[in-house]
Design a protein around this ligand. Structure first.
Ligand code: NAP
Length: 312
């Protein structure tokens, strides 16, 4: 396994990744430029996008911003959210991604989701052919269960390549990755870049206040994802703890995700640079194990993978 993800010139991946899902949507060119510059200043070297973010505008905007220092950065994109992971769909979507991001290698190419209807060998033969042509450097999978990663890894290895990185959701209110996926990463030496460390904004505490603006208030899919009452209680408790220790709840939520024992690299995001600053501050915030446990205790730990722990 490759131990580290690096850029073309050997620069190491930063401990936080910046996700550009808002570029070309909620973040216009000015907001995107300010956030990109703040990330570079803070030492972020790893940027995440996808072919489906704002109909390709995110990839295009990221290319323009990154081009003066392209070789020092790790650029990740994702394909296969729509249309499945068959060879023809992957080739056509990757051609569009390369056109928008530039024909230089995409550092990391993820499958955006698991496709139960395509043979994994077909998928990984296609990804291996991109890699053999020097068009991608690392292969990733997103939104896969641990068993799907291991099954896909077998297929990848039989095609002479490997899965280097996974991209699951992980936050104080979405802890499923703790049960199997993150322990698998630790055991197998696979990197994890975890998304939505703020629960898509819930953990900022703004949804506990009157008339908040943000995705959970305007997008039914996000409202459904975080609909359980305990999640809103957790956000409230995190904000109260943050107030007591005089640290932003946003910094605490990102630092909490970062300090899982498997050392994942959270993918942070925002719609403007003011929103972004407290997430970036997690880079320099030292969260000890005692505080991490206090914060973990504010939410519900998912049940273990087997029912036999009563005998342990
Ligand atoms: N692989 C996948 O399927 C997948 C899925 C989702 C995301 N991702 C990646 O992960 C990245 C991060 O995901 P995410 O945006 O869900 O992460 P997140 O960190 O959980 O949420 C970020 C959002 O929280 C709100 N927010 C952040 N700071 C704030 C502040 N200071 N005050 C108030 N609100 C604040 C903003 O949304 P509002 O302005 O809307 O409130 C912001 O866009 C994405 O850009 C993308 O690259 C991947």
């Amino acid at each position: 396994m490759k131990k580290h993800i690096t850029s073309f010139d050997g620069t190491m991946s930063s401990r936080l990744v910046y996700g550009t899902m808002q570029f070309g949507g909620k973040a216009d060119t000015i907001a995107a430029t300010e956030m990109f510059e703040a990330c570079i200043e803070a030492g972020i070297t790893h940027f995440d996008t996808a072919n489906v973010y704002n109909d390709g505008k995110s990839e295009e905007m990221l290319r323009k911003l990154a081009s003066p220092i392209r070789d020092k950065l790790i650029i990740a994109s994702k394909i296969g959210y729509t249309g499945g992971s068959g060879a023809s769909n992957l080739k056509s979507q990757f051609a569009d991604t390369r056109r928008r991001l530039g024909s230089d290698a995409v550092d990391i190419l993820y499958l955006h989701r698991f496709d139960p209807n395509t043979r994994l060998e077909e998928t990984f033969e296609t990804l291996a052919s991109f890699q053999n042509k020097g068009q991608i450097r690392y292969i990733g999978v997103s939104n896969f269960a641990a068993w799907q990663v291991m099954k896909a890894q077998y297929a990848a290895q039989s095609c002479g390549t490997q899965i280097d990185i996974v991209q699951p959701m992980y936050s104080l209110v979405k802890r499923q990755a703790e049960v199997e996926l993150l322990p698998m990463c630790q055991d197998q030496g696979i990197k994890a870049a975890t998304y939505s460390p703020l629960g898509s904004g819930l953990l900022t505490g703004k949804y506990n206040r009157a008339s908040p603006s943000g995705r959970l208030a305007t997008d039914d899919r996000y409202a459904a994802r975080y609909a359980q009452a305990w999640m809103h209680e957790t956000a409230k408790s995190l904000n109260s703890l943050a107030h007591d220790i005089n640290v932003s709840p946003i910094t605490l939520a990102v630092a909490w995700a970062m300090t899982h024992p498997s050392s994942p690299d959270p993918i942070i995001s925002a719609r403007d640079v003011q929103q972004l600053r407290p997430s970036l501050a997690a880079l320099n915030y030292k969260m000890g194990s005692e505080l991490r446990k206090r914060i973990s205790d504010l939410s519900i730990a998912p049940p273990p993978a087997t029912d036999r722990i009563e005998e342990a």
